[in-house]
Design a protein around this ligand. Structure first.
Ligand SMILES: [Cu+2]
Length: 162
Protein backbone atom coordinates (compact mmCIF):
# COMPACT_ATOMS: atom_id res chain seq x y z
CA UNK A 1 0.00 0.00 0.00
CA UNK A 2 1.29 3.39 -0.93
CA UNK A 3 1.57 5.82 1.95
CA UNK A 4 -0.66 8.77 1.34
CA UNK A 5 0.15 12.30 2.32
CA UNK A 6 -1.46 13.37 5.58
CA UNK A 7 -1.27 17.13 5.27
CA UNK A 8 -2.28 18.08 8.78
CA UNK A 9 -0.26 15.44 10.60
CA UNK A 10 2.57 17.74 11.58
CA UNK A 11 3.36 21.34 10.91
CA UNK A 12 6.12 21.91 8.38
CA UNK A 13 6.38 18.30 7.29
CA UNK A 14 6.65 18.39 3.55
CA UNK A 15 5.06 15.94 1.20
CA UNK A 16 6.78 14.76 -1.94
CA UNK A 17 3.71 13.97 -4.02
CA UNK A 18 3.88 17.37 -5.71
CA UNK A 19 5.49 20.68 -5.01
CA UNK A 20 2.16 22.48 -4.63
CA UNK A 21 0.91 19.89 -2.13
CA UNK A 22 3.15 21.22 0.59
CA UNK A 23 1.04 22.14 3.62
CA UNK A 24 1.83 23.61 7.03
CA UNK A 25 -0.59 24.23 9.88
CA UNK A 26 -0.70 26.18 13.10
CA UNK A 27 -0.04 24.10 16.21
CA UNK A 28 -3.77 23.89 16.98
CA UNK A 29 -4.51 22.80 13.41
CA UNK A 30 -6.91 25.68 12.77
CA UNK A 31 -4.98 27.72 10.21
CA UNK A 32 -3.41 25.93 7.27
CA UNK A 33 -1.18 27.25 4.51
CA UNK A 34 -0.78 25.45 1.19
CA UNK A 35 0.09 26.06 -2.45
CA UNK A 36 2.84 28.51 -1.57
CA UNK A 37 5.05 29.78 -4.35
CA UNK A 38 7.04 32.85 -5.24
CA UNK A 39 7.79 34.59 -8.49
CA UNK A 40 11.33 35.08 -9.68
CA UNK A 41 12.42 38.62 -9.11
CA UNK A 42 12.78 40.98 -12.05
CA UNK A 43 14.73 43.68 -10.28
CA UNK A 44 16.41 41.44 -7.74
CA UNK A 45 15.23 43.55 -4.83
CA UNK A 46 11.61 42.47 -4.56
CA UNK A 47 9.65 39.28 -5.09
CA UNK A 48 5.99 38.35 -4.71
CA UNK A 49 4.81 35.34 -2.66
CA UNK A 50 1.43 33.66 -3.07
CA UNK A 51 -0.39 30.98 -1.03
CA UNK A 52 -3.75 29.75 0.18
CA UNK A 53 -4.76 30.13 3.84
CA UNK A 54 -7.52 27.96 5.23
CA UNK A 55 -9.18 29.02 8.47
CA UNK A 56 -10.89 25.88 9.82
CA UNK A 57 -12.02 27.63 12.97
CA UNK A 58 -15.41 29.11 13.92
CA UNK A 59 -13.93 32.59 14.41
CA UNK A 60 -12.23 35.04 12.07
CA UNK A 61 -8.49 35.52 12.24
CA UNK A 62 -6.15 38.02 10.62
CA UNK A 63 -2.73 37.66 9.02
CA UNK A 64 -0.69 40.44 10.55
CA UNK A 65 3.00 39.79 9.99
CA UNK A 66 5.30 37.81 7.72
CA UNK A 67 8.98 37.20 8.24
CA UNK A 68 10.99 35.62 5.41
CA UNK A 69 14.66 34.66 5.62
CA UNK A 70 16.80 36.86 3.42
CA UNK A 71 14.18 39.60 3.07
CA UNK A 72 14.54 42.92 4.87
CA UNK A 73 10.77 43.09 5.19
CA UNK A 74 7.60 41.50 3.88
CA UNK A 75 4.38 43.43 3.25
CA UNK A 76 0.88 42.42 2.32
CA UNK A 77 -0.15 44.06 -0.95
CA UNK A 78 -3.44 44.31 -2.75
CA UNK A 79 -3.40 44.56 -6.55
CA UNK A 80 -5.80 46.63 -8.54
CA UNK A 81 -6.13 48.75 -11.61
CA UNK A 82 -6.23 52.51 -11.83
CA UNK A 83 -6.72 54.18 -15.20
CA UNK A 84 -5.85 50.91 -16.89
CA UNK A 85 -2.55 50.55 -15.07
CA UNK A 86 -1.75 47.73 -12.64
CA UNK A 87 -1.14 49.20 -9.22
CA UNK A 88 -0.30 47.73 -5.80
CA UNK A 89 -1.30 49.13 -2.46
CA UNK A 90 -0.12 47.97 0.97
CA UNK A 91 -2.63 46.33 3.32
CA UNK A 92 -1.95 46.54 7.03
CA UNK A 93 -3.43 43.07 7.56
CA UNK A 94 -5.27 40.35 5.67
CA UNK A 95 -8.59 39.13 7.11
CA UNK A 96 -9.18 35.37 7.25
CA UNK A 97 -12.90 34.76 7.62
CA UNK A 98 -13.96 31.74 9.67
CA UNK A 99 -14.29 28.45 7.75
CA UNK A 100 -13.02 29.98 4.52
CA UNK A 101 -10.02 29.71 2.23
CA UNK A 102 -8.32 33.00 1.40
CA UNK A 103 -6.12 32.86 -1.70
CA UNK A 104 -3.21 35.09 -2.58
CA UNK A 105 -2.80 34.89 -6.35
CA UNK A 106 -1.03 36.78 -9.14
CA UNK A 107 -3.16 39.83 -9.97
CA UNK A 108 -4.69 39.82 -6.47
CA UNK A 109 -3.41 40.09 -2.93
CA UNK A 110 0.15 38.90 -2.39
CA UNK A 111 3.07 39.20 -0.04
CA UNK A 112 5.81 41.48 -1.31
CA UNK A 113 9.33 40.76 -0.15
CA UNK A 114 11.48 43.86 0.03
CA UNK A 115 15.22 44.42 0.40
CA UNK A 116 16.20 40.88 -0.54
CA UNK A 117 19.74 39.95 0.39
CA UNK A 118 20.02 37.79 -2.73
CA UNK A 119 18.03 37.61 -5.94
CA UNK A 120 15.68 34.59 -5.78
CA UNK A 121 15.84 32.44 -8.91
CA UNK A 122 13.69 29.57 -10.14
CA UNK A 123 14.31 26.47 -8.04
CA UNK A 124 15.08 28.38 -4.85
CA UNK A 125 12.94 27.83 -1.80
CA UNK A 126 12.03 30.74 0.46
CA UNK A 127 11.33 30.07 4.13
CA UNK A 128 9.58 32.12 6.73
CA UNK A 129 6.82 32.43 9.30
CA UNK A 130 3.33 33.92 9.15
CA UNK A 131 1.88 35.42 12.34
CA UNK A 132 -1.80 35.93 13.02
CA UNK A 133 -3.75 38.18 15.38
CA UNK A 134 -4.84 35.13 17.39
CA UNK A 135 -1.19 34.39 18.19
CA UNK A 136 -1.12 31.45 15.78
CA UNK A 137 1.91 30.93 13.58
CA UNK A 138 2.47 28.84 10.48
CA UNK A 139 5.72 28.20 8.71
CA UNK A 140 6.10 29.17 5.07
CA UNK A 141 8.05 27.41 2.36
CA UNK A 142 7.62 28.86 -1.10
CA UNK A 143 9.23 27.45 -4.23
CA UNK A 144 10.47 30.14 -6.58
CA UNK A 145 9.19 29.93 -10.15
CA UNK A 146 10.37 31.77 -13.23
CA UNK A 147 8.03 34.45 -14.52
CA UNK A 148 7.30 32.39 -17.64
CA UNK A 149 6.18 29.42 -15.48
CA UNK A 150 3.79 31.43 -13.33
CA UNK A 151 0.75 30.94 -15.53
CA UNK A 152 1.29 27.15 -15.50
CA UNK A 153 1.63 27.19 -11.72
CA UNK A 154 -1.61 29.12 -11.35
CA UNK A 155 -3.42 26.76 -13.74
CA UNK A 156 -2.13 23.77 -11.81
CA UNK A 157 -3.34 25.23 -8.52
CA UNK A 158 -6.78 26.04 -9.98
CA UNK A 159 -7.07 22.41 -11.15
CA UNK A 160 -6.17 21.12 -7.70
CA UNK A 161 -8.15 23.69 -5.72
CA UNK A 162 -10.82 22.17 -3.59
CU1 LIG B 1 3.30 43.96 -4.42
Amino acid sequence: MRLSCLPVLLAAVSCDTGEHRWVSTSRDGVVEISQAFASESVTGETAAVYFALRNRGPTDDTLEAIVVEGAGSARIHESGERDGIRVMAPLSALPLPARRVTRLVPGGPHVMLLDLARRPVAGDSLRGVLRFRSGREVSLRAEVHGLTELEDVVQDIRRNAG
